[in-house]
Design a protein around this ligand. Structure first.
Ligand code: NAD
Ligand code: MG
Length: 398
């Protein structure tokens, strides 16, 4: 008998991951039905997506944008119901008719609806790494307590998941895993002379050599904070510590990460750098479906290079590992300070090399508290944003 059609909710539908998700979903109408789409305030794009995918609900976080979308859709005869605000996001992520929630909102704003999906036992496809970085143990506890299935979308974590034995949740040493090799492209400034880094522009920073992504994660890739957040993300997803994770610079982004076993075997997952592969993997797991990604042409790839990361060039990587070792809300503070610093850099209020300085100062000024409640996590997130904002205001642009 054919499987019943799965209801899908895409949080952050208008973003880079959201668009790729809808591309994969639309290839399999016999498997998936779009139930809800959400965005912050991109009315036109969400309206277009509603016309293409006819979801039951659309959510715009911004109230005015929601009203615009409501009127637009009504005029076009669409039956999609428009909701608004953070409550709207949590509501659609929890609906009974939703089986799978793609968590692809950028930043801390994605935590409440992603957590709502976990609490309702959904299959959670996690792209929004900031949510896991800021709430770590609490998030994982909710997943386990409510029988949710967490599948990583971040290409590295998806690769690691694919290379892990099925019973990895027992603990890595127990299942014979020695360490994780987390690959990183090194971003656009991997070999830029250090003295030129202070003057790089947002346009240069968002021009990633291999991946096309949203602006925030592109800047994170340039500072390698993205890899730092990913080390933390991997610690929670695979129950390990930074000591068991080696970051490996691999400029071609063809190997998406590796797992090393006790016997010396190293398993890798390879593919074209296209997020539709991990998205299709997580949507259909444990089955495999077409993602629209073409075959990897080994002859044009020709070679694979590896380098050790330079912590002097990429202080954000060091700051992330230190925050994870420090524990409690230190990763929450790191993440919040980074969001503020990246926004200031994109607005051209600070230079590129001020980003790690702002994060480090914020981490030094604030205590890390036990991350044992959502209230505490949001308090420390807010405190870090306030401190980072003050530090930004005191920085002079180069
Ligand atoms: P993006 O900027 O392209 O899209 C972000 C989406 O979130 C948009 O739909 C936007 O409307 C929505 N959004 C933004 N602010 C919001 C708010 N305050 N409240 C509610 N919704 C809001 O980002 P992206 O590149 O698609 O990345 C999304 C997430 O996936 C990030 O956490 C990123 O780290 C992660 N990720 C992305 C990639 C990638 O290839 N793009 C790879 C790995 C992980
Ligand atoms: Mg990644």
């Amino acid at each position: 008998m054919a499987e019943p059609i799965k209801g899908v909710c895409v949080l952050g539908a208008t973003g880079s991951i959201g668009v790729s998700t809808l591309d994969v979903v639309a290839r399999h109408p016999e498997r998936y039905r779009v139930v809800a789409l959400t965005a912050n305030r991109q009315v036109e794009r969400l309206q277009q997506q509603c016309l293409e995918h006819s979801p039951r609900f659309a959510v715009m976080v911004d109230e005015n944008a929601a009203e615009q979308l409501r009127q637009g859709l009504q005029q076009l005869g669409s039956a999609t119901e428009v909701l608004s605000g953070g409550e709207g996001l949590e509501y659609v992520a929890s609906l009974d008719e939703v089986d799978t929630v793609m968590a692809a909102i950028v930043g801390a704003a994605g935590l409440p609806p992603t957590l709502a999906a976990a609490r309702h036992g959904k299959r959670v496809l996690l792209a929004n790494k900031e949510a896991l970085v800021m709430s770590g143990q609490l998030f994982m506890d909710e997943v386990h307590q409510h029988g949710a299935k967490l599948l990583p979308i971040d290409s590295e974590h998806n690769a690691i998941f694919q290379c892990m034995p099925v019973d990895f949740e027992q603990g890595l040493p127990q299942v014979g895993v020695r360490r994780i090799l987390l690959t990183a492209s090194g971003g656009p400034f991997r070999s830029t002379p250090l003295e030129q880094l202070a003057a790089v522009t947002p346009e240069q920073a968002v021009a990633h050599p291999n991946w096309s992504m949203g602006r925030k994660i592109s800047v994170d890739s340039a500072t390698m904070m993205n890899k730092g957040l990913e080390v933390i993300e991997a610690c929670w997803l695979f129950k390990t510590t930074p000591a068991n994770i080696q970051v490996v610079l691999h400029p071609q982004s063809v190997i998406h990460s590796m797992v090393e076993y006790a016997d010396g075997s190293v398993l890798a997952q390879l593919g074209n750098p296209d997020m539709r592969t991990p998205i299709a993997h997580a949507l259909a797991w444990p089955e495999r479906i077409d993602s629209g990604v073409p075959s990897l042409d080994m002859f044009s790839v020709a070679r694979l290079d590896f380098e050790e990361p330079d912590l002097q060039r990429f202080p954000c990587l060091r700051l992330s590992m230190e925050a994870m070792e420090r524990g409690g809300t230190a990763p929450t503070i790191l993440n919040a300070a980074n969001e503020i610093a990246v926004e200031a850099f994109l607005d051209q209020r600070i230079g590129f090399t001020a980003i790690p300085e702002i994060i480090e100062t914020t981490l030094t000024r604030l205590p890390a508290n036990p991350a044992d409640s959502l209230a505490r996590i949001f308090d420390d997130d807010a405190a870090a944003r306030a401190v980072a904002g003050e530090v930004v205001a005191g920085v002079r642009k180069p």
